[in-house]
Design a protein around this ligand. Structure first.
Ligand code: MN
Length: 251
C-alpha cells in the first residue's frame, strides 16, 4: 500500500516548471499509488469556478481528469485557503473526491487526521473570523450566482488584501498554536496529524498524556516541493523529482 500526501502546490502560470513537475508526478508514480491526498492550496490564485479560463485552471483540471481516467488510485482533495470554494462541479469535472477539513482516515489500522492547517493558527484571530465568513454556505451560494466577471474582481481584491495582511503579521501568528494541535489530537483521538498551510515542512514528535504523537507538516511547492510517502507502515518526506526518479529505478 502506498499513500501519497501533498499540499500547498500553489500552482500558477507564474511557475510553469511546477505545473510540469505536478504533471510528471500525476502521469508517473502517482498512478501506481493506492491513494493520493491533496490537502489544500492546489492553486495559488483564488479558485473561482470551473468556468474560469485563466491559466492554469483548465490545464490543472485536465491533468486531474486524465489522472482519474487512467488510474485506479483514489484521488482526494481538501480545500485550502486559496481554494475554499472548490465545489461538486469541480469534483465531477476532475473525478476527485472532495473531503472535509478535518478528515480522519485509516492507514494500516491507525487513525490519521488530515487538515489543511489554517484552522490550527488560532492566534490569528482576524483570519479565523474572515475564514468563518468566507466559508459560510450562504456566502458561498451568493458567490456562485454572481457572473464570472464579478467573481474575478472580488477574488483579485481579496488577494491583494490578504497578501498585505500576511506581510504585517509576526511569523508566530501565522504558525499553528500548540494548544490547537493538542486539542485536535485529543478531540479526534489520533496520534498522527498531517497538514500543510504554514509552509514549514517538518516532522514534529509530541508527547502528551503518556502518548507519543507525530505531526507532519507538508512543504510548499514555491521554492521547494514535497511529497509525504507512506508505505510499509512508515512515512518519509521526499522531493518530488527524487521520488519520480526513484520510482522509475525500482519499476
Ligand atoms: Mn494555505
Amino acid at each position: 500500500m502506498t499513500t501519497l500526501f501533498v499540499s500547498d502546490l500553489h500552482l500558477s502560470y507564474r511557475r510553469p516548471e511546477k505545473i510540469a513537475l505536478f504533471k510528471r508526478l500525476m502521469t508517473g508514480p502517482a498512478l501506481k499509488a493506492d491513494a493520493l491526498y491533496i490537502l489544500g492550496d492546489l492553486f495559488d490564485d483564488f479558485w473561482i469556478g470551473c468556468d474560469d479560463d485563466h491559466p492554469p485552471n483548465q490545464e490543472v483540471m485536465s491533468i486531474l481528469r486524465d489522472y482519474s481516467a487512467n488510474s485506479a488510485t483514489q484521488l482526494f482533495i481538501m480545500r485550502g485557503n486559496r481554494d475554499f470554494h472548490l465545489n461538486q462541479e469541480f469534483a465531477n469535472a476532475t473525478g476527485c473526491t472532495l473531503i472535509e477539513d478535518p478528515t480522519a482516515i485509516m492507514l494500516d489500522d491507525k487513525k490519521v487526521l488530515l487538515m489543511h492547517g489554517d484552522t490550527l493558527c488560532t492566534d490569528d484571530v482576524k483570519y479565523q473570523k474572515w475564514r468563518r465568513f468566507i466559508t459560510h454556505p450562504i456566502i458561498k451560494w451568493i458567490y456562485f450566482i454572481m457572473p464570472l466577471s464579478l467573481r474575478t474582481k472580488i477574488s483579485r481584491d481579496v488577494r491583494g488584501y490578504a497578501a498585505e495582511a500576511v506581510q504585517k503579521k509576526a511569523p508566530e501568528i501565522i504558525d499553528v498554536t500548540e494548544t490547537a494541535v493538542l486539542d485536535t489530537l485529543k478531540n479526534f483521538g489520533v496520534e498522527t496529524l498531517i497538514h500543510g498551510h504554514t509552509h514549514r515542512q517538518a516532522r514534529h514528535e509530541i508527547k502528551f498524556n503518556n502518548t507519543q504523537a507525530t505531526r507532519f507538516v507538508l512543504g510548499e511547492w514555491f521554492e521547494q516541493d514535497c511529497v509525504l510517502v507512506h508505505d510499509k507502515t512508515t512515512f518519509r518526506f521526499e522531493r518530488v523529482d527524487d521520488y519520480i526518479k526513484e520510482c522509475k529505478l525500482t519499476r
